[in-house]
Design a protein around this ligand. Structure first.
Ligand code: NAG
Ligand code: NAG
Ligand code: NAG
Length: 172
């Protein structure tokens, strides 16, 4: 009886522990090179447990006092869309009051590793410094179903799309 229970535990545990998120690709797209350019944008694997994402955008027209970000998350299998998440965030308003619960959740996944972490105006280049995939993992592993995902965020300043940041990831 005990042995059977042990076996059961052993066979279940690895599955539970392996439920995780893997970043497959990160792409930063300049939509307006007169407004911003990306100095770098990459994923790095240090070892099996430590992987991170870093990016830096040089801002060419400062200050920034008006931003909107559109987030789209899609889970795809062949041509069918299985999971859909869309969010529009007024950046300056959000940084001031943090009252949008969904936006706050998305922000928690990367904001603490970014210098975006203050209210408007922004008078400097924007970077995300070594965002550990494990950090994102902890926040999203319980809320999304297994599958292959695509997240597209479009960054507008003064209502004009300036950049897109696209992440492909797999939850298994
Ligand atoms: C992975 O690299 C990090 C940073 O260098 C280190 O702290 C950690 O111990 C490493 N983990 C393994 C399993 O080697
Ligand atoms: C910025 O980040 C620091 C450290 O993570 C935190 O203590 C602080 O409250 C944040 N500032 C704002 C304006 O959110
Ligand atoms: C990201 O979304 C925008 C619309 O918000 C769209 O114009 C653009 O083509 C998308 N980019 C990618 C790489 O899918």
């Amino acid at each position: 009886m005990e042995a059977q229970r042990m076996l059961l535990l052993i066979s279940i545990l690895p599955i539970a522990l392996h439920g995780h998120v893997e970043f497959n690709n990160l792409r930063c797209v300049e939509r307006d090179k007169l407004f911003l350019t990306f100095e770098y944008c990459y994923l790095k694997s240090v070892n099996r447990t430590y992987k991170y994402a870093s990016l830096k955008s040089k801002m060419l027209q400062l200050p920034i006092v008006n931003t909107v970000t559109l987030f789209q998350v899609r889970q795809r299998e062949n041509k069918r869309i299985l999971y859909n998440f869309d969010l529009k965030v007024d950046g300056c308003k959000f940084m001031k009051d943090r009252s949008n619960v969904l936006a706050n959740y998305v922000y928690q996944t990367w904001g603490p590793y970014s210098n975006i972490n203050h209210t408007c105006p922004y008078n400097h280049d924007i970077m995300v410094d070594k965002l550990p995939v494990q950090h994102v993992n902890r926040l999203v592993q319980t809320v999304i179903p297994d599958g292959r995902y695509y997240m597209n965020s479009t960054w507008l300043v003064d209502n004009i799309p300036r950049a897109e940041i696209v992440v492909y990831f797999t939850k298994s």
